[in-house]
Design a protein around this ligand. Structure first.
Ligand code: NAP
Length: 316
């Protein structure tokens, strides 16, 4: 049987995970602060990789659940910070993290350690945290987890890291415990969060698109299973258009040319039918109205016959 692109991708990650975990640097000790769905998955993965792991959580029962797997329960967040070389933080927000880490006791325990911030935050929050850490004598890497907890520790688990490259490289075998695809994305410490938000932004575009699609099918009496079948068949067309769009935005090729797949005018003609259908069937049109606004900005500025990519000029 021939390997599919997905099989090849999994094989790539398995090979990469083996290569990374072959490095002998498991002398490191890790603390995980924050043991919600994601933090618990991180702690389990460190333990599975044989890395001594201390854990602390505001609600102690989540820490106790990890004791059976070999985690050392820290009696306080300061004790967790003091116990390990690498302090991985995974709480709801950076503000929650700040409240935990910036008390005098915890800040003192963090001196000379490495914080790996794995809570979700904005690029500027990451930069502010790095600045605080530097002032505290603490090394800092920012991480963005591009996965759900079930991917953590698995070959395809991806975490993006930004900050000093040397810190990332020195600790790569530890990060490999979290999944086969640890990626360094830049010395600007805000870039892991920025890339996270750009990837999530396009994900939400697609997910909200599914609400629109499902509403149309349901209003028109089309089975969602039939929609799904055709969505799968349409995927390569959409993916091709996305790749084309990214390339054109990168190269600023906004004018229509021989490679143009569809002009802005052609897109807008079909898009008008979507708005019309929303009106006829009483479907929510908030999302298409916002998209209509962007179409009109480009059209009013004289780009109607340009490539669809011309809209990119109106995003800032
Ligand atoms: P969760 O299950 O809701 O857990 C939240 C964690 O934050 C818990 O450990 C909670 O402690 C702790 N916490 C919240 N406020 C706190 C405070 N003021 N002081 C101390 N601890 C506090 O969330 P999660 O899914 O683990 O997500 C954690 C982070 O990972 C978030 O930033 C999320 O965006 C990110 N992330 C999650 C996923 C995912 O698929 N779940 C994917 C990528 C990134 P208690 O247990 O005491 O409430």
């Amino acid at each position: 049987m021939r390997a599919t692109p997905l099989d090849r991708r999994h094989a790539f990650y398995r090979g990469r995970a083996r290569a990374l975990s072959g490095e002998p640097s498991m002398n490191a000790t890790v603390s995980v602060i924050g043991l919600g769905r994601m933090g618990s998955a991180l702690a389990r993965a460190f333990l599975k990789a044989g890395i001594p792991t201390h854990v602390w959580n505001r609600s102690p029962e989540k820490a106790s659940a990890l004791a059976g797997r070999g985690a050392v329960l820290a009696p306080s967040e300061a004790a967790a910070a003091a116990a390990a070389d690498i302090v991985a933080v995974c709480v709801s927000t950076y503000a929650d993290s700040d409240r935990l880490l910036r008390s005098p006791e915890v800040a003192a325990a963090l001196r000379g350690k490495l914080i790996v911030q794995l809570s979700s935050g904005s690029p500027n929050q990451a930069r502010e945290q790095a600045q605080w850490a530097a002032g505290n004598g603490t090394a800092y890497l920012d991480g963005a987890i591009m996965a759900t907890p079930d991917f953590i520790g698995e070959p395809g688990g991806t975490v993006l890291y930004s900050g000093p490259r040397a810190l990332f490289e020195a600790n790569l075998p530890v990060f490999a415990a979290l999944g086969g695809n640890p990626q360094f994305v830049g010395e600007d410490v805000g870039h892991a969060s920025a890339l996270d938000l750009s990837l999530l932004g396009q994900m939400w575009g697609a997910l909200f698109g599914q609400f629109q699609a499902a509403a149309i099918c349901q209003a028109e009496g089309i089975a969602l299973d039939l929609f799904e079948e055709h969505r799968q068949a349409f995927l390569p067309v959409v993916e091709g258009a996305v790749v084309d769009l990214i390339t054109r935005i990168r190269d600023r090729r906004f004018a229509a040319d021989a490679q143009t797949l569809a002009s802005l005018d052609v897109h807008y003609g079909a898009f008008g039918l979507l708005l019309q259908l929303c009106g006829e069937r009483g479907l929510h049109d908030l999302v298409p109205r916002a998209q209509d606004n962007l179409f009109r900005k480009a059209i009013d500025a004289g780009h109607r016959q340009d490539d669809f990519a011309a809209i990119a000029q109106f995003m800032r």
